[in-house]
Design a binder for this molecule. Structure first.
Ligand SMILES: *Cc1c(COP(=O)(O)O)cnc(C)c1O
Length: 479
């Protein structure tokens, strides 16, 4: 299996070669040359597999430059009940992603049981183990430099802590994350994790990271690497839970193996739902992919109208589902590549405008008709909807859901298909967004016992000015 760029870069790459990089050299995103197919016989065979074994089956379809026995070790090491122990009471941690019924034919796939209580652990934990394996095999090291406003940074740090050959420099805005988020990251005592609090905003952190990556000599000398959401291995890891969700939601149904299913995904950078699109392209019988946004509705607008109109920072709202507060969706180019018949010339043309701060409009083009063939529908949810949905699910189920998941539950209810089970992907636990839960329910969300009092642990963080040269000097000093 070789990988190509959405913008047509000529030399197809192997999985391990694109693992450590980010964008393709031409600025595009990597995708497999063609989507591996899953037969009906395989689907029937995989139904009963435990999560790590299912993950192995799917990884093997995409990775041919890691021996199967090593891949098995990596999958087994990644998806353990020990790592995904933060599940709700009464669930089986061996399930990794337990499925809970909210109403007949309406389910929640709980993806947030990992160390940082967000679904990003599902992919990041695999990435950590893959990095360590590939670096050791090549005798190389990597310095991951990233910026975070919360979820991504902590998921990356918990995945990379203690990994040989990997060091993480994570920039976060000083004083702007919640005390819980700060404690999650800054209390890590591992020598290979370096937390840097920048006196500025998230955008300042991101600018510093960009400046370092834009210095080719610095990037090469300190072997800078990224783990942002465009990383292909992160997408692949997420394909697995669509299969798991399909099996879990159709288990026990009459003709389970002939069933169709629908998923609803709270979306920001289009990484999670892109994995759903890929699962569908592989042959998983997904009737519908429902994309949910918050007030930042750039993706909802596209799927309703055919107009993709990324916003500027000034037009990006700060909402109570903050992990979806995006102005442009960094993985969206992968879907458009498929939509335009995998023609990189068309993608290049569309993104010439987008990269220059513009938009594109597919109305009146042949692609508009094709769009309906990909199973996407969409909807949006506001702060008021979020609170109402959190209350409603609590009242009916005594189940607390987080703000992002609430956006998806709201939109999923508007897009049900008769006879087709709907699976909503839970992307975080409510404790991460405790203030809004408190506002909705008048009570605080519970916290996994192991995380009680983490705010009181000693913290390791270096506070610095928003100055790229200062941060680069720190990286150089540490390495
Ligand atoms: C990252 C994140 C999302 C958005 O996922 P994408 O893959 O960027 O679409 C949604 N909810 C939570 C809690 C997240 O952390």
């Amino acid at each position: 299996m070789k990988y190509i760029s959405t913008r047509g870069h000529a030399v197809p790459q192997a999985f391990c070669d694109i693992l450590l990089g980010g964008l393709a050299p031409d600025g595009g995103l990597y995708l497999p040359e063609s989507y591996p197919q899953v037969s009906a016989a395989e689907l029937a065979e995989w139904r009963e597999l435990p999560y790590p074994a299912l993950a192995l089956k799917i990884l093997q379809k995409f990775v041919d430059d890691i021996p199967a026995c090593d891949l098995k070790t990596l999958a087994d090491r990644t998806y353990t009940a020990q790592t995904y122990k933060h599940c709700r009471p009464g669930r089986d941690a061996n399930d990794i992603t337990p499925l809970t019924q909210l109403a007949p034919g309406f389910h929640l796939l709980e993806l947030s049981n990992g160390p940082t209580l967000a679904f990003k652990d599902m992919a990041m934990q695999l990435l950590g183990n893959l990095f360590e394996y590939v670096l050791a095999r090549r005798g190389e090291t990597i310095n991951i430099l990233g910026a975070t406003s919360g979820d991504t940074g902590s998921a990356a740090e918990y995945a990379m802590r203690g990994k040989k050959g990997v060091r993480v420099f994570m920039l976060s805005p000083h004083g702007l994350m919640s005390p819980f988020q700060r404690a999650q990251m800054y209390s890590l005592q591992d020598a290979n994790i370096v937390n840097i609090a920048i006196k500025g905003m998230f955008d300042d952190c991101q600018d510093i990271v960009k400046a370092a990556f834009n210095d080719p000599a610095f990037k090469a000398r300190y072997k800078l690497g990224a783990v942002n959401s465009i990383n292909w291995a992160r997408i692949v890891a997420q394909v697995v839970y669509y299969f798991k969700g399909y099996f879990a939601a159709t288990n026990g149904m009459k003709n389970a193996n002939d069933r169709q299913i629908a998923f609803c995904v709270p979306s920001g950078n289009f990484g999670n739902i892109c994995a759903g699109h890929i699962a569908r392209m592989m042959g998983l019988p997904i009737a519908r992919l429902v994309l949910a946004t918050n007030e930042n509705d750039v993706l909802d607008e596209f799927f309703r109208t055919g107009v993709y109109r990324p916003r500027g920072t000034a037009d990006t709202y700060v909402t109570s589902s903050p992990s979806m507060d995006i102005s442009k969706a960094s993985n969206f180019e992968r879907f458009i590549f498929d939509l335009v018949g995998r023609d990189p010339a068309v993608v290049r043309e569309l993104w010439t405008g987008v990269d220059a701060g513009g938009s594109f409009d597919l109305r009146g083009t042949p692609y508009m008709e094709k769009l309906s063939g990909f199973g996407f529908v969409s909807g949006k949810s506001t702060h008021a909807d979020r609170l109402a949905t959190i209350r409603d699910v609590w009242k009916k189920q005594q189940l607390m859901i987080d703000t992002h998941t609430a956006d998806a539950v709201k939109v999923a209810r508007e897009h049900m298909l008769a006879g087709v089970p709907m699976v909503v992907l839970e992307t975080a636990q409510p404790v991460k967004f405790a203030e809004t839960i408190q506002a909705a329910l008048g009570r605080a969300p519970g916290r996994p016992q192991e995380l009680e009092g983490i705010e009181d642990l000693p913290q390791r963080v270096i506070v610095m000015d928003a100055d790229a040269e200062g941060v680069k000097a720190l990286v150089a000093q540490t390495c």
